[in-house]
Each structure stands twice: as C-alpha cells, then as structure tokens.
Design a protein around this ligand. Structure first.
Ligand SMILES: Cc1cc2nc3c(=O)[nH]c(=O)nc-3n(C[C@H](O)[C@H](O)[C@H](O)COP(=O)(O)OP(=O)(O)OC[C@H]3O[C@@H](n4cnc5c(N)ncnc54)[C@H](O)[C@@H]3O)c2cc1C
Length: 442
C-alpha cells in the first residue's frame, strides 16, 4: 500500500532545451533542482511517477546527524540548517521540527562505540550527549527496559515524508524549475561521447548536463549506457500508529523498535535494521564488493529470489529510446510491507511501554532502499561520460541529508565551490572492485 503523499501539478509543456535536466523527483532530485535554479540555471525536473512517491514519502522521517559516518557528518550538519531555510523559502510546511534523536542500548560495547562517535562528532561541530541510565529514565518515562545508556543529539530533527518533498518542489518551482510528472527518462543522447540530451517519453530535451537522482532505478538507467553502478535493492517495511499518548517528542531508536512522533499524533514505527534483499543478476555481478556489508548487516536481512531476478533478466539493458522503457512500466515502486515486521514492532513497542497498550496500526507500507557497498551515496560526475552526474545510492538514510546532498550535487554539476568536500562520494570508489564496508553506527 502506498502511503499518501501530497500531490503537486505538472508543468504542461516539456522545454526543448534546459541548462540542466534532473531525473528523479525524490528528495535528492528536488533539492538539487532547487539549488541549481537558485544559481540562475534553467532546470527541468523529470519524474516517471509523481513527486516524492517512492522512498522519499515511505521513510521514517528522521533527519539525523547522529551515528553518521565521519565523511557524512558535515553534509548532515548542513542539511539540518537547510531544512529550516528551504522550508521558509518555500512557504509550505515540510513538517520539519528540531525535536532531537535518542538511541538507547543495553550493550556496554555499543555504548563505548557511541562515546567514540560523539567525540568525533564534536570535532565536526555536532554536539551529542552520552546518557547514563538515570538520564535515560527521565527522557523515556514509563519505559520498562533496562538500558545501560543512550546517545542524544538535540539538534537532530524530523520531517513529514508525506508532505516534505512536494513542499520542497513548490519552493523549486518558485525559482523557475519546471516539473514534469508521468514523464520517464528513457536514456541519454550523446554527441562525441558527451551528453547532448535526455530522451523522455514526451520528447527530447537538449542539454549538456544531466543529474540522475533515480533512487532504486539509477543503476538500471546507468547500465543502459554501459556505466557500472553497484547498488543492491533492499525492501524495507514501516507503518504508522493511531494517535499515541505523549511519551516523547522527536525520534527514539532501540535495539528492537524505532519510533518517530508524527504531526498527526501517532508514531511512524518499524523494527531496526530489517529488510529483504532482492537477489538479482546485478547483485551477483558485484558480490565481492558487497560481501563485507552483507556480513555486517546479515542478522536483520532476509534474501528473496524471484520476480525481480527474472524482471532484470527480461528487461535487458539495451532498450531503444523511441519505445516504452522499463521506467514507464512501473510508475511508482510499491513493494508489499512484511506484516510480520509490523506486528513484531508493535508488540516490542507495547511490551517496553505499557502505557501504549491501546495503540493500533493505522497503515503499513513497503519501500525499496538503494544500497551502495559502503552505504555512502554517490554524488559525483561520471568519468566515462562528460556531462552526466549522479546523486544516488543513499542507502537508507538520504531523506534527512537530502537538502544538503542536493546542494552538493548542484555544486558538483556547476563546478562551483562545493558545500563540503565531495571526495567521499566519488563514483570511482565503487567501480574499482574493492570490497567496501559500512562506516556509520546505524
Ligand atoms: C522504510 C524506509 C525508511 C527510511 N527511513 C529514513 C529516515 O528515517 N531518514 C533518512 O534520512 N532516510 C530514510 N530512508 C531512506 C530515504 O527515504 C532515501 O534515502 C531517500 O528518500 C532517497 O531519495 P532519492 O531522491 O534518492 O530517491 P527516491 O525518493 O526513491 O526518488 C527517486 C525518484 O526517481 C524517479 N525515477 C527513477 N528513474 C526515473 C526515470 N528513468 N525517469 C524519471 N523518473 C525516474 C522515481 O520514480 C522516484 O520518484 C528510508 C527509506 C525507507 C524505504
């Protein structure tokens, strides 16, 4: 079931030409389009379904610096600032509130790792506090579990995924971005090895710069052009509850369940670290690169072999640009939720918080996460094709970082001074075939 997402109108006419074409109307593509337009460039945003309908409206809504890999902390810090300024500029509520994020643990070793992380974060101007059991008790009154401690970042926040990306798109439009929904990009046109246009189902847009922010579809798009992008697809499940008593604001992560307070008074709820990996030919191709990450995360992962394996075989990679492409065949990717995870999450939440005993599930949904081997995104030019850029592979934590990742992508496309050092996000690191391991805490 798709969670509801606010709808925005499309621009009627596809432009014949644009300085930059952005493919993908999720948080990354919309934010990048916004920043490109603010720099004075003409921008067309192309979306095969509708804005925000895939991962960007299905996530938990956590805007988190906490626990990020060292390389991502500066970008996450900038993102929290940009959530505020972009929301104000759009004049439409994204649901963003700085209500803090709290993680709790029963494991002293995990707490020690959090202490080390907090010291690194402090060097990068992010202030997180390691909490004693007594301090935890004051933050989650009524919680009956025995915690050895917690990690709290008051400057972290939350936003409403069903509202946020359409609101940011309204802001992008104010600066001149044209938005084209139900308009799949089928592939790139090139001249002399450089990008010269984008072939869409509604015609071609001539351009010298294309930014692909296609989430779970980016790797397939790249393969059409012989460009390797190692990304594994993981189906995750989340749900929302009925309105809940006021046990906490903000977001709370435990060893089992994770909750985030919603504007409608309920929680967005899920089990931590769970998902189903879709086995597909691409994943076998990149197995060596992914192996360390798989070993690290396998406890929470199921493997699924079936439809997506054969879909990928059937699709091939060489579809013509003047006929319907695989992107038109699935307007909105809408995997079924795993109800065993939904029921398990509710049971764990109520067991630890008896005051929530009357809570019910109001809605559950699935979403497909695009995971790179080191769980760090790619925000980078593609060396093999001048004029082609990537902002993708956000590995389950791209929503909160989205406004700044879009700004960095815009800087990379235009060659301006980057918001933060983009070295950690290079495409090249993923294609030299070395095994890579995840580097964040969560
Ligand atoms: C259950 C779940 C929980 C999560 N929780 C969090 C969280 O709490 N915090 C956090 O930071 N992150 C979270 N994430 C991850 C976060 O949602 C994603 O990292 C982020 O939304 C990725 O944004 P995106 O723009 O790259 O991709 P998407 O939002 O998936 O957007 C990509 C868009 O590109 C379009 N597209 C693709 N190919 C084409 C084409 N050829 N032509 C036209 N359009 C195309 C698609 O239709 C889609 O709309 C979660 C994800 C899930 C699934």
């Amino acid at each position: 079931m798709s969670p509801p997402v606010s709808r925005i109108a499309s621009d009627e006419r596809l432009p014949a030409q644009a300085d930059v074409v952005v493919i993908g109307g999720g948080v990354i593509g919309v934010s990048a389009a916004y920043h490109l337009a603010r720099k004075g460039h003409s921008v067309a945003l192309i979306e095969k379904g509708h804005v925000g309908a895939e991962q960007s409206s299905r996530n938990w809504g956590w805007c988190r610096q906490q626990g990020r890999a060292r390389a991502e902390i500066p970008l996450a810090r900038e993102a929290l600032r940009l959530w505020e300024t972009m929301q104000e500029d759009a004049g439409v509520d994204t649901g963003f509130r700085r209500t803090g994020i709290l993680f709790l643990t029963k494991d002293p070793q995990e707490l020690a790792a959090w202490e080390q992380w907090a010291a690194i974060a402090r060097e990068l101007q992010v202030h997180s506090t390691v909490l004693s059991p007594a301090e935890v008790a004051t933050r989650v009154p009524g919680n009956t579990d025995k915690w050895v401690g917690g990690l709290h970042t008051p400057s972290d926040g939350r936003a409403e995924p069903s509202m946020a990306v359409p609101a940011l798109a309204t802001g992008a439009r104010k600066h001149g971005v044209t938005i084209h929904q139900r308009c799949a990009a089928r592939g790139l046109e090139t001249q002399g090895g450089r990008v010269s246009g984008v072939a869409t189902e509604k015609g071609t847009i001539r351009t010298h710069a294309v930014l692909l922010a296609g989430g779970a579809w980016s790797s397939l798009f790249c393969r059409r052009h012989g460009i390797a992008l190692p990304v594994g697809l993981v189906n995750a499940t989340a749900c929302r509850t009925t309105p809940a008593p006021d046990i906490m604001d903000g977001a709370l992560g435990t060893d089992l369940y994770c909750i985030r307070r919603r504007l409608d008074g309920g929680f967005t709820l899920a089990l931590r670290g769970r998902g189903t990996v879709e086995l597909a030919p691409d994943l076998f191709r990149y197995a060596r690169t992914f192996w360390p990450t798989y070993l690290h995360r396998r406890k929470g992962l199921k493997l699924s072999f079936g439809k997506s394996f054969f879909d990928q075989m059937r699709r091939g990679t060489r579809w013509p640009l003047d006929a319907p492409s695989p992107f038109e065949a699935e307007r909105v990717r809408d995997p079924a939720p795993d109800m065993s995870l939904v029921n398990g999450a509710l049971a764990a939440l109520i067991a630890a918080n008896p005051t929530l005993k009357d809570l019910k599930i109001a809605e559950a949904w699935g979403g497909t996460i695009d995971c790179t081997p080191d769980t760090i995104p790619v925000i980078s030019p593609v060396g093999a094709m001048p004029g082609f850029f990537l902002a993708t592979g956000f590995s389950g934590h791209g929503f909160g970082i989205g406004p700044a990742a879009g700004k960095l992508a815009a800087d990379v496309v235009t060659g301006d001074t980057p918001l933060v050092d983009p070295a950690a996000y290079s495409h090249q690191r993923l294609i030299d075939g070395r095994p890579l391991a995840p580097v964040g805490l969560f």
